[in-house]
Design a protein around this ligand. Structure first.
Ligand code: ATP
Length: 522
């Protein structure tokens, strides 16, 4: 699929290039470059512009610039030769701001010569130019692009990391502009990024991260940086990356969990971190990457773990409402390529919070027949989560909801058991732990943690983990060394928040440089 897509794309680019060259040759057949009166006004060299001409971003051009000389710097999106004396140019900057210009030979000052028209029309698309009626080529692009902008802005048709066998033709290739695979996009990373859809996604990503930080800072949270390099695979050995470390072994952190708790033990009261999280999972799914960005927080609890749940719910609602208010253009740009229904948010005061048992009951009673017998004491599978999301959307009109009070069998050893709640299923205790969902998929895991060393050791043993094992021993030692206040927190996957809010077909589209089991570059 990949090869044939790329081949089609290359064929189209070659054809376009040949057409441009033929037009240019025909129109400028009798033009010579000698005695050029406009020689000082163009070239592949540092630009020399008039003093006093204003530098303007293409997106800021408006009526106030009429009749004024301005300088713009942009990518040459396209050009079309009209005759030896005239050509049309399209200049683009940012996500999708573009202007059209005309280059016309003129003997009046400032002189525009035929050689100048010829030279301008010969600049390759995606070169970077600076223009003030004079034209300078700042950075030249090759005559044939690996992927054109038109292709880069089509929906990606295949997210597989495997190069498919030759001759495998994809449906989208039948369109006049062929679509490309994720592999082709990543092999042409600059053009991938220049596409309006990726620019919009990147801008929305910033609008998730920024309000996460500001919302928490306004509520007394302090930022910290947990280490990525750690000495033990403390949160379970299976999905951790190992690397040589001066004759020893080091690991890449699977989450900042223990370090957030050390901050609480260290008296920081309310903390958050934004940083990379590594998972050595062979999960070739649209939901997983081997590196993603975690938005994490941890806080002291005064009376109830619901204080934590409320902060997490509050920050996510603040983020989602912020995107709706500030990123309407970007969202529209993304939807034009990847159509999706608007993301439904609950009305204030009508947030949906189900207990795990209530969610399973809802699935049994109102979900698809295959889930008619789901149990209250077993973790939800991904298809179950998707079905639950559908039921909640039609019943409560929201794409964002909370499932609380998970059974202890579905949570790690540090999850605090709710001693006041009746056991569910076959006598399984429930925890003060929850997941948050967006468009049917998990975006957050969180809850109250055990803060007492004796209780923690008992839970570690009950989960079949050796309290003396590397990493666990040091973790427990912190709880034995001081009195740690009751606390809780959560971890949000930034990439998933962006991807599922926008209804993208894969979380890989929301990452700047997606990392998968088979992809480590660019
Ligand atoms: P899943 O069951 O979907 O694999 P998880 O239970 O392993 O996720 P957590 O360990 O609870 O997830 O991580 C917290 C959050 O980090 C998740 O809710 C999700 O948003 C995000 N996340 C987890 N794993 C990945 C991954 N491999 N790629 C991208 N985001 C992830």
């Amino acid at each position: 699929m990949e090869e044939s897509t790329a081949t089609t794309s290359k064929k189209a680019a070659k054809k376009a290039e040949a057409k441009r060259a033929a037009e240019l040759a025909a129109a400028t057949a009798n033009v010579t470059l000698q005695d050029d009166a406009a020689a000082e006004s163009y070239g592949a060299r540092p630009a020399v512009f008039s003093h006093g001409a204003e530098e303007v971003d293409i997106c800021s051009l408006n009526e106030s610039h009429v009749d004024k000389t301005v300088i713009v710097r942009a990518w040459l999106q396209n050009s079309r030769v009209q005759s030896a004396k005239m050509g049309f140019l399209e200049l683009r900057k940012g996500a999708n701001w573009s202007i059209q210009g005309i280059v016309m030979a003129s003997e009046e000052e400032p002189v525009v010569s035929r050689p100048m028209v010829k030279w301008v029309m010969g600049i390759n698309p995606e070169s970077f130019v600076a223009v003030e009626a004079k034209c300078y080529l700042v950075a030249s692009a090759p005559s044939m692009l690996g992927m054109t902008l038109a292709v880069a802005n089509k929906p990606i048709v295949n997210f597989s990391d495997d190069v498919p066998p030759a001759g495998n033709v994809v449906e989208a290739e039948k369109s006049t502009i062929p679509a490309a695979s994720m592999l082709t996009h990543l092999d042409n990373i600059a053009m991938h990024k220049r596409s309006p859809v990726q620019q919009a996604i990147a801008d929305i990503r910033i609008e998730v991260k920024k309000p996460f930080r500001s919302y928490l800072e306004e509520r007394g949270f302090k930022e910290f940086e947990p280490p990525c390099l750690i000495g033990a695979a403390s949160e379970g050995g299976g999905n951790v990356f190992r690397l040589p470390y001066f004759g020893e072994e080091a690991f890449l952190a699977q989450s900042p969990q223990f370090y957030k708790q050390f901050e609480i033990a260290g008296g920081r009261e309310r903390v958050f971190s934004i940083g990379p999280v590594f998972r050595a999972e062979i999960s070739n799914t649209a939901r997983h990457m081997t590196e993603f960005t975690g938005l994490d927080l941890e806080m002291e609890v005064r009376e109830s773990y619901t204080e934590v749940r409320d902060v997490l719910e509050g920050v996510l609602l603040h983020i989602f409402r912020g995107i709706q208010e500030r990123c309407a253009n970007e969202v529209a740009t993304v939807r034009a390529v990847y159509p999706s229904e608007p993301f439904l948010l609950p009305e204030p005061g009508k947030e949906v919070r189900l207990t795990f048992a209530e969610a399973q009951k809802l699935l049994r009673e109102e979900g698809p027949a295959e889930f008619a017998n789901v149990r209250d004491d077993e973790d939800m599978s991904t298809p179950q989560e998707k079905a639950l999301g559908e039921v909640v959307r039609s019943k409560y009109n929201t794409d964002f909801f909370v499932v609380d009070k998970f059974p202890e069998t579905a949570r790690p050893f540090y999850a605090k058991i709710d001693e006041t709640a009746a056991p569910i299923g076959d006598g399984v205790s429930v925890t003060n732990a929850f997941d948050f969902f967006a468009r049917n998929q998990e975006i957050l895991s969180g809850g109250q943690r055990i803060n007492d060393a004796v209780e923690l050791e008992a839970r570690i043993r009950a989960k079949g983990v050796d309290p003396e094992s590397a990493g666990i021993k040091e973790y427990l030692a912190v709880f034995r060394s001081v009195g740690v206040p009751p606390h809780g927190g959560g971890g949000i996957g930034l990439d998933r928040v962006v991807a599922w809010y926008l209804g993208l077909p894969s979380v890989h589209l929301a990452a700047y440089y997606p990392r998968t089991p088979k992809r480590l570059s660019p």
